[in-house]
Design a protein around this ligand. Structure first.
Ligand SMILES: Cc1cc2nc3c(=O)[nH]c(=O)nc-3n(C[C@H](O)[C@H](O)[C@H](O)COP(=O)(O)O)c2cc1C
Length: 394
């Protein structure tokens, strides 16, 4: 009898626990989504969680607002966060954005990285993002891969390649009845799902998405240009028993660590080896705003995303052969990372020279700047500086 009572009590306890659980489960699941207005069973629930965990879309006041609109400024911000929110130099060129706006860095970054073009000089930051605009920005972010997927006829001309790629890669596939409608505004839920599917594709490593950056090192150094071998030059430095020009050695450190191709800038007419004579010739070239002819060539500049540009400060500015280089080649769309050697002038204000000469390029503020005599001891410093800039060359 006592035994039977005990078993009965045990059963009722188990039942109560089970009931508590069956009531608790849906609540727990809702909490699990991270939002008070997203149920675990919603077709976008895993995407909103993914975006939240990645810090890309966070909602407001505890809610996600799945059907709400998403502006073009907000999308630029998501893309910028996906890139790790790098430091941005300069301003965008759009007539309807403000450099003080909360989205300024994101839109500037997106324009500088050719992820957004705008229309007729405007970005329309407050306009809703259309579904084809979203896909186009992701496709540009992916490096504009080619693809032959399917396409809805009402896709705008500019978005067609992007939509073909997105449909072939499964980025538009959703797990519950929403139809991709190119010109319709994308809801917040659609943004979350499509961006998540893009990121999962990118992280899977299986896709043709190209995110690798190709880097080149170009350098100008007295050592390659003084008409005799570097041993006689007044500005040589030694490294592992060999002599180099300081800018040449800094370029070598960059090339060795990044695996980037290294290309010397050499003038047709060499400079005298004797320091004062070299200084006089360089000064005359600067005073006459000369562009000394180059005998060196850069092969396939179009293949490179990033160009490390190493040079000494000469007469408080870049050596004139650097002007020749910037005249001869177009660095638009590329990131230029300066590597500068000097004897007291620091960067010599040369970043502004590069920016003025190459307005279509991004010249990173985070240059490597060193007194020329210190370069041999700075291999490790160059390497850790490069590791901080890995997104530009890996
Ligand atoms: C023609 C000439 C002009 C120079 N002008 C400057 C200068 O204005 N400011 C400065 O800090 N160093 C100046 N220097 C020192 C160079 O920056 C230094 O020699 C250079 O960084 C060494 O690199 P390299 O051997 O690769 O050429 C000048 C050197 C030369 C040869």
């Amino acid at each position: 009898m006592i035994k039977a009572m005990k078993i009965k009590r045990l059963w009722s306890m188990l039942l109560a626990t089970a009931m508590a659980f069956s009531i608790a489960v849906p609540t727990l699941a809702t909490d699990d989504t991270g939002y008070n207005d997203v149920k675990a069973t919603d077709w976008y629930a895993s995407a909103t969680k993914y975006m939240k965990d990645a810090g890309l879309m966070t909602g407001m006041d505890g809610g996600f607002n799945a059907d709400g609109p998403f502006t073009r400024a907000q999308l630029a911000t998501v893309l910028y966060r996906m890139a790790g929110s790098p430091t941005v130099i300069g301003e965008d060129s759009f007539s309807d954005t403000s450099p003080d706006a909360w989205y300024a860095s994101a839109v500037t970054w997106a324009e500088q990285n050719n992820v957004v073009n705008g229309e007729y000089g405007k970005y329309n930051p407050e306009n809703p993002t259309t579904q084809e605009q979203l896909v186009t920005m992701l496709w540009r972010d992916a490096g504009r891969p080619e693809s032959a997927g399917t396409l809805r006829e009402d896709t705008s001309e500019y978005a067609r390649e992007a939509v073909r790629w997105a449909s072939a890669e499964g980025i538009l596939k959703t797990n519950a009845g929403y139809t991709f409608t190119p010109k319709a505004a994308a809801s917040r839920a659609q943004i979350a799902v499509i961006v998540t599917q893009y990121l999962q594709l990118k992280n899977s490593g299986k896709s043709p998405v190209t995110t690798e950056k190709k880097a080149l090192v170009v350098y100008f150094s007295a050592a390659d240009n003084d008409g005799i071998d570097a041993v006689s030059s007044a500005t040589v430095v030694a490294h592992e028993g060999k002599e180099y020009g300081a800018a040449q050695l800094a370029a070598k450190f960059v090339g060795d660590h990044t695996g980037a191709d290294v290309s010397a800038i050499v003038t047709e007419q060499s400079y005298p080896a004797e320091y004062n004579a070299m200084a006089d010739m360089a000064k005359a070239q600067r005073d006459n705003d000369e562009r000394p002819a180059l005998s060196s060539k850069i092969e396939n500049l179009a293949d490179y995303d990033t160009v490390f540009m190493a040079y000494p400060v000469w007469w408080y500015t870049v050596p004139m052969p650097i002007y020749s280089l910037l005249d001869e080649y177009d660095f638009s769309g590329k990131t230029i990372i300066p590597v500068i050697t000097h004897e007291g002038s620091g960067d010599g204000g040369t970043l502004s020279v590069l920016r003025a000469e190459e307005p279509g390029a991004t010249v990173l503020e985070d240059a490597f700047v060193s007194r020329f005599g210190a370069v041999p001891a700075q291999k490790a410093d160059v390497e850790s500086w490069l590791d901080g800039l890995a997104e530009y060359w890996k």
